[in-house]
Design a protein around this ligand. Sequence first.
Ligand code: NAD
Ligand code: ADE
Length: 418
Amino acid sequence: MEVPEYRVRDPGLASRGRVSIEWAEMHMPVLMRLRRMYSSEKPLEGVRVGACLHVTKETAVLVRTLREWGAEVYLAASNPLSTQDDVAAALAAEGVHVYAWRGMSGEEYWWAIRTVASARPQIVIDDGGDLHATLHRDMVEVAKSVVGGTEETTTGVIRLRALEREGRLMYPVFAVNDALTKFLFDNRYGTGQSTVDGILRATNILIAGKVAVVAGYGWVGRGVALRLRGMGARVIVTEVDPIRALEAVMDGFTVMSMEEAARVGDIFVTATGNINVINSRHFKAMKDGAILANAGHFNVEVNVRELEEMAVEKRVVRPNVTEYRLPDGRRLYLLAEGRLVNLVAAEGHPSEVMDMSFANQALAVLRLSREGKKLEPRVYRVPREQDEMVARLKLESMGIKIDELTEEQKKYLESWAY
Ligand code: NAD
Ligand code: ADE
């Protein structure tokens, strides 16, 4: 398959993209420090990295870091609507092989992923698992030469663990999502803030006084619920896991089934990583004017096909807001076509939180380049020391000092005989 140099919406946007990337660099001190730490060593000299990530200013900071360390980078978008076209143009102008533009068709999306795979990367970075799946399903010969990979998000890690369970995983993968300095901050505070940002940019509604329904009380759901409550919404949580449901109750949220919540919600946000969480049964019960948004990785949580089938009329009323009129005259408003609202209607997580996620990505890539060939094809957690290093660097960048255990305290904590 032919691998073009790059394909972006408009190369003329490069200078605007460069300024945007500089803004992100200013707010990503940990990743910038790591970049400087290893830049003279060039640990990735001669390494081809293939990545499938949301093409944002924060991703650009990661890509620039990998290139500073010597890597050649091939980059595809991990969602057809999340690419920041100016950033893609800036990266292309710098020599990154980027295949991404906002509004790619399904066919173009998969073409870009296959193009990255065709470059025969030794290291693969993915967000959601589509690049890993393509390598395992359609490009097995290429997968055989992959030294190792990483995965950015919960949904991608779930898919990789399924491959591992079936004994089909072909290379070692670091589950970057499962690093404490990733999911506790990125999934919770990053998605929490940027999801509300996406809803506001799309709709400009007042959150105060609204009834918001959050489906899923995992790391993303609890961040979204927390931030919506912070802005004055009355928040209802729906769950399938009794322990998480109980946590939501004791965190002060109202918990009920989606069947019940559908009748009372003004704003719905799905954050489950699961399919068909809001469907025709719920659409039938919803109030006129209800707003539907998704923060989970794939556009499968709100059943858009059923909404399309039920609707008698459909129109775009604002950017990223589609109105569906139902036969009885009620109108439902779907944001961002049911795709990740924070990346489509806003800019994704703020740079400060991607700083830690992408510091973990960079360190995982470094580890793979050094040790990947010795690792079994399994899904690995990032080592505790890496997590602690990222946390310490982040605290340092914020000017925050913490205490250290004294020798006396260490001994006390290790003994049983007081
Ligand atoms: P998680 O596993 O911590 O939480 C998911 C929760 O959803 C679980 O508690 C589960 O019990 C619940 N759930 C599953 N099916 C449900 C259903 N039918 N109804 C109600 N609850 C249900 O996962 P997470 O880290 O919170 O991630 C959730 C999704 O968000 C994933 O797809 C992940 O990849 C994605 N994600 C998106 C962003 C973003 O930028 N938008 C960032 C991080 C993660
Ligand atoms: N995922 C969520 N927010 C993101 C961002 N700003 N950049 C890249 N990936 C993201």
